[in-house]
Design a protein around this ligand. Structure first.
Ligand SMILES: [Zn+2]
Length: 145
């Protein structure tokens, strides 16, 4: 998962009508959590649902009363696949494995799996980490818990 600032800012700007300072505060908190190696989500103040990755509109009730919050980066591996022909930004990393993890709060999140394929199994406990191989972006990686 790429967490690219301009893309993230455009996404939030285009969907919700927040004042510019509010958007900047949301993005700053989101980026700070990534720098600290933490996963973030958005918490809906109307119904308390926490969505991962952060979304500007609640998927349960449609509210835009949203706050970026830290989410526990622990979960269990649901499924995975190994990529042998990647997109241009990943072509130097092939082969690599991508997995879907169910977090402890029930949300599902995709990321690169940094565990040998021979050790992967359904329900394997994993923990989140971020690398910073590319300037301006961070990639989520799942490691053994
Ligand atoms: Zn809600």
């Amino acid at each position: 998962m790429d967490l690219d600032r301009p893309l993230f800012a455009t996404f939030w700007n285009g969907v919700i009508d927040l004042e510019h300072d509010s958007i900047n505060r949301v993005i700053e908190k989101y980026e700070r959590l990534i720098e600290e190696g933490k996963i973030s989500g958005s918490k809906c103040h109307a119904c308390t649902r926490i969505m991962v990755p952060p979304r500007p509109v609640c998927r349960t009730c449609g509210s835009t009363d949203i706050e970026v919050v830290e989410v526990e980066g622990q979960g269990r591996l649901l499924t995975w696949t190994t990529i042998y022909v990647g997109p241009p930004s990943y072509e130097n990393n092939v082969p690599y494995t991508v997995g879907i993890v169910e977090l402890t709060n029930g949300e599902r999140l995709t990321g690169i799996v940094d565990i040998p394929v021979s050790e992967l199994k359904y329900d394997l406990p994993v923990t989140a980490a971020f690398d910073d191989e590319r300037q301006g972006a961070a990639r989520l990686r799942w490691k053994k818990a």
